[in-house]
Every structure is written in C-alpha cells, then in structure tokens.
Design a protein around this ligand. Structure first.
Ligand SMILES: [Zn+2]
Length: 320
C-alpha cells in the first residue's frame, strides 16, 4: 500500500543490536516467533505542507489525528523497524522495495528478510534483470505487485510475464488486490477485485500468491477466491491499524468463521511508520474471538507453511 522512490542509508549499530543474544542483554525471554509477511524499505517520507512527517493513515478520514510517526527520515524508519523486529521476535520479514533498496536492508540484517521487488508499473519492469536477481539469490519473492495503484488489474496482459516468472521460480507472491489504497488519482478501486485473480490462477495453477489485507473490505469475493483456489493465502496487514478496530475484527471474524484461519498471515505493512508493527501485533493479540492456537497460526505457522520453511528453520526460529 505504498508508492515512492525508495532510498535507504546505512544505520550504524543495527547489526550489533540484532546480533546480541537476548540472554547476554539480561532481557526477558523473547515471545514466540513471528513472521511479518508485509514490510517495505523506506524512502522519502511523506511530508505535510509545513514540512513535518505525515502522520500515519487512518480510515475513514484519511490521516490519523494526534499520532505523529516516530521516524523522521528513512534511516530512522529502518532502525526502528529492526528494533521492532527484535522487540517482538519477528524472525523473518517479507520485504518489498526496489532491488537496490531491499539489498541494503538485507545487508544490514542478514537472514532476517525475504526480498521482493515492489512493482506498480508492470511496463517499466526489466524482466532480464529480475530473472538474474532470482537466479543469483538476491530476491526470493515476487511483489508487492501494486499495479492497482496505477489502475492496472491482475488480469491485464502486462502482468502475465510477472506471474509466469513467479510460477517458474516458485516464488511467494504478494499482491495488492483490495478495496483500499493510497488516495491518488491513478489508484483504481475496480482494479482491486479479488475475483480478477480467478482467470490468472487458472492459467497459472502453480502460483503461490497471497492477498494484501485479505481483499478488505471485499469479503465475499475473497472467500470465493480462497475456497476455489486452495493455494491462495492472505495477509492481515494494513487493515490491522488503518481501519476502525471493530470493522477489522468483524472482517477477521468472518474469515475465521469461513474456515480460513489457517491461510491468514500477519503482516505490518509498516511503510514510513514503524510503530505500526506493534499496533498490528497488538490488534491481533487482543482479538477476543481468537484462541492462542489461532494467533500462533496467524503470527507464524501459516506463513511457515506458505513459505515452505524447513523443519530445521522452524526449530531455529523457536530456539529461545
Ligand atoms: Zn505494502
């Protein structure tokens, strides 16, 4: 749920913080591991007319009142994001951005991220460069495919080579396909209908794809898609902090009642506001209708299955 030119800088001390064992710092044992399936490298932060950093987005009104972001520039976004990962025991993050940008974050915190290219304009993609990045191991995921921000739906032929590439390399693929997004003139509500993915999945049955925000607020189409295509998963990301809490809970409860609790995965979609990582985790932890087992599925188990983590990786993530 973002678009920008993305720039990152080295953050001194981040590697040292991440590399310090919990026991050595005398801290409490970490909470159970979390996988964050929706993260972004930062870039120039959105500014108000007076030059301050825009507060995070809240619906239905737009910008949240009285909630200024903690980060003042892109370097602080990365530092605070990595601190939040450490604090919440987020052992792995699906990180989206320009190829150069994600590489800098991966270098700052090796082993913490699966990297994917952020693509809003499918016509501007250099497929040879992407293919080389997958072959060389610099990228491990596809997306966020955010062409809806440019008014381009997933059934547009321009996305065909990207889906084919994702299928060829068996990539976990994140797509922005829902009813909400940035309030920009090119954003198309109509291009975000989950059912537009149905013909794509018939052409690419091997596609391992997940929907941002479980298609919010398009519940019926999302349920149809997930019932008819069992390989489709969904994240609970921006919706955990951008929508009114009661609305998010009603949506999540309906997904759980539909029997889809084992295909929902936590994501923060932290963009320029690293504090949303804690907000998103708290929203799921506080859901009164979720059992502890449900929460473990959403925070870790479903993503581990979707990403096909090895038993060794899973054991390593659970090591205290
Ligand atoms: Zn996103």
């Amino acid at each position: 749920m973002r678009t920008s030119r993305l720039v990152t800088r080295c953050v001194l001390g981040v590697v040292a913080v991440l590399g310090t064992p919990f026991a050595a710092r005398g801290a409490e044992p970490p909470p159970p591991p979390i996988i964050d399936m929706h993260m972004h490298v930062s870039g120039p932060l959105p500014r108000t007319d007076s030059g301050g950093v825009m507060p995070r987005v809240c619906l239905p009104h737009g910008w949240c009142d009285g909630a200024p972001t903690q980060a003042k520039d892109d370097a602080q976004v990365r530092a605070l994001t990595l601190e939040a990962m450490q604090r919440n025991n987020i052992v792995l993050g699906f990180l989206s951005g320009p190829v150069d940008g994600v590489r800098e974050w991966v270098d700052a915190a090796p082993g913490r991220f699966l990297a994917g290219p952020f693509i809003a304009n499918p016509h501007a993609v250099d497929l040879d460069q992407l293919r080389a990045a997958y072959r060389g191991g610099q990228l491990q995921g596809m997306g966020e495919l955010a062409t809806q921000l440019a008014g381009i739906g997933p059934d547009d032929p321009a996305l065909e080579p990207l889906f084919a590439l994702a299928e060829e390399f068996d990539l976990p693929t994140l797509i922005h396909l829902e009813g909400i997004g940035p309030r920009e003139p090119t954003f198309s509500i109509a291009a975000g209908r989950p059912e537009l993915l149905d013909p794509v999945l018939k052409r690419h049955p091997g596609l391992r794809i997940y929907l941002e925000n479980a298609g919010f607020p398009r519940l019926a189409e999302t349920i149809s898609l997930m019932y008819m295509h069992p390989q489709v998963y969904a994240d609970l990301s921006t919706v955990t902090w951008v929508a009114p809490r009661a609305m998010f809970y009603e949506y999540l409860k309906r997904l759980m009642d539909a029997g889809l609790g084992q295909r929902l995965m936590f994501g923060s979609d932290q963009m320029w506001w690293p504090e949303t990582i804690d907000l998103g985790i708290e929203a799921i932890r506080s859901a009164p209708f979720l059992t502890e087992a449900h929460k473990r599925d959403i925070f870790y188990n479903n993503a581990a299955r979707f990403l096909r983590l090895s038993p060794q990786e899973i054991a390593r993530h659970h090591k205290r």
